[in-house]
Design a protein around this ligand. Structure first.
Ligand SMILES: Cc1cc2nc3c(=O)[nH]c(=O)nc-3n(C[C@H](O)[C@H](O)[C@H](O)COP(=O)(O)OP(=O)(O)OC[C@H]3O[C@@H](n4cnc5c(N)ncnc54)[C@H](O)[C@@H]3O)c2cc1C
Length: 405
């Protein structure tokens, strides 16, 4: 199956390719000669480029037309991503907002929230961040401890800490999961909030990674006042709202792999450029293994796309695409580093960022172990992991866990 299998989709690809051909000279240069170096300039240029992509209908393709999207299917979105990668221009800056948080607002937000926030998000005027993970709540996300307490006038006061918050340093808003009822079971006492990042009491501190960038942050909330209408999806429904975001997160990473350049033809080109490596049987064997995995994941991805296109929700097997694509790209990065030597990590290398960023992608959007557990339990029907927290109020959990340890 090819993505261009209907005349409409082929026409869509032609239109997208023509627009990119005409406008790619306006895209910010992020790598190689003439690349922007100042972080503020990079962000400003990427926001402006996102605005142009949105105007041209290349961002938020699956969003309903009434919120500025194209009302098209996920296949048309993947076609856009593939063409953006082919044109070698950056995609949108706010992939988290447009890919995950916007769809969550569309599914659970009020009409006022959708009208106020979605347009500015899509055009890059207001960037968003995902305030879910905490120092003691990553894989076990339902363990979040950030507390929001409702006031007599219906407003809220928020206190707590989040971590690994990508893009918080330039975000206007965040979608935050907080505990609002400590006497309820841990999945039930949660509520999702929309938080202005410039509110008094919000502090953002950058965390620098091995790749040199400081893309994510710790964020502290010190008695932050939130309006009553900051709740998204209803009080106590935070877990269900969060699951929508997580579903879009896995699909975004799993299906976005080719858009990120994790493509076996590209890996093969880099290796073929070295005459010794291209004849080496072991290098060829490893490249074949990577290509087979990535091809298998592409077809699994097409099945997921077909489900999404028909309005179905992808099952837990979508996590398999994420695990396979990230591992395939890590394996390819290691092979390229073996072939090219230290040059692969040099400043001008197109591989340096991928090689140093990918290990982090193993954790983002669900770690490999957690996704394998989910696939084992929910796809293969293996016995579930032992649970210590079933039916116990959150306020009693720590004492129970300590007693059993
Ligand atoms: C690049 C990147 C960007 C991110 N961006 C964001 C963001 O914008 N917003 C946000 O909220 N979060 C973000 N995160 C955080 C991400 O969601 C968490 O890293 C992830 O959920 C794992 O949580 P943790 O890091 O706390 O690891 P932990 O949950 O502490 O896990 C540590 C290790 O133990 C293993 N483990 C844990 N529980 C089990 C189990 N039951 N069975 C088997 N193994 C287990 C894990 O697989 C892992 O190897 C980002 C992370 C990365 C790497």
């Amino acid at each position: 199956m090819d993505l261009d299998d209907t005349p409409e989709q082929a026409a869509h690809r032609t239109k997208v390719r023509a627009w990119l051909e005409e406008h790619k000279s306006e895209a910010p240069v992020l790598q190689g000669p003439g690349a922007l170096t100042d972080e503020d300039e990079i962000i400003a240029a990427r926001r402006a480029w996102q605005g142009k992509l949105a105007e041209a209908g290349l961002a938020g393709v699956t969003w309903p037309k009434e919120y500025g999207g194209q009302g098209l299917g996920p296949i048309e979105q993947v076609i856009c991503n593939q063409e953006i990668a082919r044109a070698r221009v950056p995609g949108i800056l706010d992939a988290i907002g447009v890919g995950m948080l916007g769809p969550t607002l569309i599914a659970h937000g009020t009409e006022e929230q959708k009208g106020r926030y979605l347009g500015a998000m899509l055009h890059g005027d207001e960037v968003w961040c995902q305030l879910f993970s905490e120092p003691a709540a990553g894989s076990d996300l339902a363990a979040v401890q950030a507390r929001a307490r409702q006031q007599d006038d219906g407003s809220w006061r928020l206190t707590g800490q989040k971590v690994w918050t990508t893009n918080a340093q330039f975000s206007a808003y965040g979608l935050l999961l907080a505990r609002t009822d400590i006497d309820a079971h841990k999945h039930k006492g949660l509520t999702m909030f929309l938080v202005p990042m410039d509110a008094p009491g919000v502090t953002v501190r950058g965390l620098r990674q091995i790749s040199g960038e400081a893309e994510f942050n710790e964020v502290f909330f010190d008695d932050v006042a939130l309006d009553a209408d900051a709740v998204v999806g209803g009080v106590g429904n935070g877990w269900g709202t969060a699951l929508t975001t997580l579903m879009f997160e896995r699909v975004t990473i799993g299906l976005g792999g080719e858009g990120l350049g994790f493509n076996s033809a590209r890996f093969a080109q880099a290796i073929a450029a070295d005459p010794h490596a291209s004849r080496d049987p072991e290098v060829r064997r490893q490249l074949g293994e990577i290509a087979a995995d990535l091809l298998a994941v592409r077809f699994t991805g097409y099945r997921t796309l077909t489900e999404l296109q028909r309005g179905q929700i992808p099952g837990p097997e979508a996590g398999l695409a994420k695990v396979t694509i990230v591992n395939g790209a890590i394996h390819a990065g290691e092979l390229i580093a073996d072939v090219q030597g230290p040059d692969a990590l040099g400043e001008d290398s197109e591989w340096a960022y991928m090689i140093s960023f990918l290990p982090g992608l193993k954790s983002a959007g669900g770690t490999e172990e957690i996704l394998r557990n989910t696939i084992g339990e929910r796809v293969l029907g293996l016995p579930p992991e032992p649970r210590l927290d079933k039916g116990i109020p959150f306020s009693e959990l720590r004492a129970k866990e300590a007693a059993k340890a």
